[in-house]
Every structure is written in C-alpha cells, then in structure tokens.
Design a protein around this ligand. Structure first.
Ligand code: SF4
Ligand code: SF4
Length: 156
C-alpha cells in the first residue's frame, strides 16, 4: 500500500511504530472481527478491547513503554494480515471538522528523512481507495485529528 514510500527493509530494521509511549495508547491498532480472530490463532496471548464492531489490541508493558504483542524479533507476526492502522502508518486517516483527512505522523524516522518537505509525498491512489473503504465500513477506526500533524490530503 505504501511501497512507493517505505520498503520492508526500512521497517525491519526500525520497528519503532510497534512500541508506544504511555501517552500514545490511543494509537494501539484496531482490528476487524475477522482480523482479530485470525490474529488470536497466530498468538493466543493477544487480548483485545471491543469498541463498537472493531477491536483494539491490548498493548503489553515493555520497559518504560508499551509494546504490541505481535512484535517478535523478526518483525510483525501478522505479516500482510496486519491491520489498516499498521499498514497505513506513518499516515493517519483522521476526522477533522466534518472532513476526513490523511495526516503524517512525525515519529517515522525513515519518512521524515526521505521527505524533508512532506508536501512532496506522493499518496498512491490505491491508498486513497482503501481509505474510502475504511470510511464506509469501519468509521470507528478513524480517530479525531490531534497533535497538529501535517495534513497531506483532504477527502471530498
Ligand atoms: S517507524 Fe516508519 S520505518 Fe519504522 S517501522 Fe514504523 S513505518 Fe517502518
Ligand atoms: S500488529 Fe504488527 S505492525 Fe501492528 S503494531 Fe502490532 S506488531 Fe506492529
């Protein structure tokens, strides 16, 4: 989905976005019921909290931070079955004053280094169409705009 921006190798040596500061628990990824059921078969330690018809992973305490239980030494146990929140990061699909937007996290070191000017980031049409699908099927997955992140795209 974001192959034109980030490579698998970039993420393999980084893994920052699977670890969370205590004030980032709101960012724990959310899963559809099918993704949640599949994920539990992969890792029976994983626990979820239901929010409407989606499921947020319960993060685990790790040193001074929190960590996603699907993170193992070689990366994410879920591979290509990881949820939208993870596939789309460091971009956030968010709600702002009645509009849906795509905002850019300021925490991905690779994207920040590659794109010194975030306005040059090319958002792939496939990503836009997947966002439309999330907007129509899983609006509970979309959080309100926060942290003054740069806005890359506003949906019509
Ligand atoms: S912070 Fe960026 S480079 Fe690092 S794992 Fe996450 S998406 Fe990949
Ligand atoms: S599901 Fe996978 S990619 Fe998403 S936070 Fe957990 S370990 Fe990271």
């Amino acid at each position: 989905m974001l192959e034109n921006i980030l490579t698998t190798q970039d993420c393999e040596i980084c893994k920052i976005c699977c670890k969370f500061e205590p004030d980032e628990l709101i960012d724990a990824p959310t899963f559809t019921v099918e993704q949640m059921e599949y994920s539990k078969k992969i890792n029976n330690r994983a626990k979820f909290t239901a929010i409407g018809n989606i499921y947020q992973i319960n993060l685990e305490r790790w040193k001074e931070k929190y960590i996603c239980p699907f993170l193992i030494e070689t990366g994410c146990q879920l591979g290509d079955m990881r949820p939208f929140d993870c596939k789309s990061w460091p971009f956030y699909l968010m709600k702002k004053q009645g509009n849906y937007i795509i905002a850019l996290s300021q925490d991905c070191p690779v994207v920040l280094k590659k794109y010194l000017d975030y306005r040059t980031i090319d958002i792939h049409p496939e990503f836009i169409s997947i966002c439309y699908e999330v907007i129509s099927k899983y609006p509970e997955m979309i959080m309100d705009y926060n942290r003054e992140m740069p806005i890359l795209y506003v949906f019509n």
